[in-house]
Design a binder for this molecule. Structure first.
Ligand code: PLP
Length: 394
C-alpha cells in the first residue's frame, strides 16, 4: 500500500530550528522561525487573549458545531479589521480557516475549481509555502521579479514588467504588507501602478496578509489591501490571526472572496463552505472566538491594540539599532535598508556560504537565503550580529 511514498525533504526553517536546538553555545542567536519573540526570547500570550480566554471559560456553555463558514461574527469582525469600509459588506464571501495557511490553501483550491489552467504569479522570492502548496496542487507557477539584490528594496520596474505578462484567468499573489521573506514593500503609489496593470491585464489579485499591525500600524498595513479590493472587480484575500493576535497554535485565519456582483457573492459563499466541508468540515473555533471577543469589546480591543503597537515599535527599534550599529562598524550606509524594511523579516541579501560562516563562527541562525527574524534580536545581540555581518564581509 505505502511502497510508493517517498521521504520528503525537511522544511528548511524547521531543520534550522533543529540545528539551533542542538547547538550547545550559550551565545547562539535564533533568527530563524517566524514567530514574534520579546527581548527574553519568549513568545507571550497577549494580555487581551488571556482575558478573552478567561471570559470564554466562564461563559461558554456549549461546544456544539458552528457553521461550515465558521461563526458569522468572526467574519464580520475580521472583514472590518482587514477591509475597513473599502468595500460593501455584502460583496464579501468568507470562511474561517485553520490559520492563514488554511486560507491560502482554500484560496488556491477555489481558483483551481474556477480556472484549472490559471497561472499563479508569485513574487521572487515569496513565502516558500505558497510555492510548495501550488506545486502540490499541480497549479502553474510563474515568478515575477520582486527583490533587488542591489538595493535590497523592491525591483519595481522588473515587477511591473513581469506582471504585464499576466492575462485574464491568471492570479497575481501579493503580500498585503510586511513581505515575507524580504521585508521590502511597495509604497501606495506603486500599489496603484500594480492595480493599473491588474486592470489592464484582467488578472485577479490574491492578497496574503499575515502581519497586519507588524509594519506601520494596523490601518496603514491594511491600506494596500483596501485599495486593491476597492479598485478591481474581483479579489481574494487570505488573512492570518497567528501573528497579530499571537495565537499561532490556535490555527485562526479567514479567506475572503470579493466580487462587486452580488450574484457571484452567493456562489462564492456556497463554494467556500463546500470547500471547507470537503477538507475538514467545520473550521477551528477557539482562536476565532477569542479574536471576535477582542475585536468587539472596547476594552479588550484597546488593550490588544496597545500591546500590538508595543510589539511593532520594538521591532522598529531593533531595526534602527541594527542599521546604526552596522553603519558605525562598516562606515557605510549600505545597511540602511534594514531600517526601511517592515515586519518581522529582512533579507540581508548575502550568499548561503556567508550565512553558513555566521552560523558556524558566531552561532547566528538565519535561513540560507539570508532571511533574518528581527524579533529574534535584543539590545545585547544586535552588536554581536552587526559584527558578525561585517566580519563575514557582507
Ligand atoms: C506570508 C505568510 N502567509 C501566511 C502565513 C500563515 O500563517 P499561519 O498559517 O500560521 O496563520 C504566514 C506565516 O508564516 C506567512 O508568512
Amino acid at each position: 500500500m505505502f511502497e510508493r511514498l517517498q521521504t520528503r525533504p525537511a522544511d528548511a526553517i524547521l531543520a534550522l530550528a533543529q540545528m539551533y536546538r542542538a547547538d550547545p553555545r550559550s551565545t547562539k542567536i535564533d533568527l530563524g522561525v517566524g514567530v514574534y519573540k520579546d527581548a527574553n526570547g519568549h513568545t507571550p500570550v497577549m494580555r487581551a487573549v488571556k482575558s478573552a480566554e478567561h471570559k470564554l471559560w466562564e461563559t461558554q456553555d456549549t461546544k456544539v458545531y458552528t457553521s461550515l463558514a465558521g461563526d458569522p461574527a468572526f467574519s464580520d469582525a475580521m472583514i472590518a479589521l482587514v477591509l475597513g469600509d473599502a468595500v460593501a459588506r455584502d460583496s464579501v464571501a468568507s470562511v474561517a480557516t485553520p490559520g492563514g495557511t488554511g486560507a491560502v490553501r482554500q484560496a488556491f483550491e477555489l481558483i483551481r475549481m474556477a480556472q484549472p489552467g490559471a497561472r499563479f504569479f508569485v513574487s521572487d522570492p515569496t513565502w516558500p509555502n505558497h510555492i510548495s502548496i501550488l506545486n502540490y496542487l499541480e497549479m502553474n507557477v510563474e515568478r515575477y521579479r520582486y527583490f533587488s539584490e542591489e538595493t535590497r528594496g523592491v525591483d519595481f520596474d522588473g515587477m511591473l514588467a513581469d506582471l504585464k505578462t499576466a492575462r485574464a484567468g491568471d492570479v497575481v499573489l501579493l503580500h498585503g504588507c510586511c513581505h515575507n521573506p524580504t521585508g521590502a514593500n511597495l509604497n501606495l503609489t506603486e500599489w496603484q501602478a500594480v492595480i493599473d496593470v491588474l486592470l489592464e491585464t484582467g488578472a485577479v489579485p490574491m492578497i496574503d496578509i499575515a502581519y497586519q499591525g507588524f509594519g506601520d500600524g494596523l490601518e496603514e498595513d491594511a491600506a494596500a489591501t483596501r485599495l486593491v479590493a476597492a479598485s478591481v472587480p474581483e479579489c481574494i484575500i487570505a488573512a492570518s490571526c497567528s501573528k497579530n493576535f499571537g495565537i499561532y497554535r490556535e490555527r485562526t485565519g479567514i479567506l475572503m472572496a470579493i466580487s462587486h456582483n452580488t450574484e457571484a457573492r452567493k456562489l462564492h459563499q456556497d463554494t467556500l463552505a463546500f470547500l471547507n466541508r470537503q477538507n475538514y468540515s467545520f473550521p477551528p473555533d477557539h482562536g476565532a472566538r477569542l479574536v471576535t471577543m477582542i475585536l468587539t469589546d472596547d476594552e479588550l480591543r484597546a488593550d490588544w491594540k496597545a500591546e500590538l503597537e508595543a510589539v511593532r515599535t520594538s521591532m522598529l527599534d531593533l531595526r534602527q539599532q541594527l542599521a546604526d550599529e552596522l553603519q558605525r562598524l562598516s562606515g557605510s550606509d549600505r545597511f540602511g535598508f534594514l531600517a526601511q524594511h517592515r515586519g518581522m523579516f529582512s533579507r540581508l541579501g548575502t550568499t548561503p556560504d556567508k550565512v553558513e560562516t555566521m552560523r558556524e563562527k558566531n552561532g547566528i541562525y538565519m535561513i540560507g537565503d539570508s532571511r533574518m527574524n528581527i524579533a529574534g534580536l535584543n539590545a545585547e545581540t544586535v552588536p554581536v550580529l552587526a559584527k558578525a555581518i561585517v566580519d563575514a564581509g557582507v
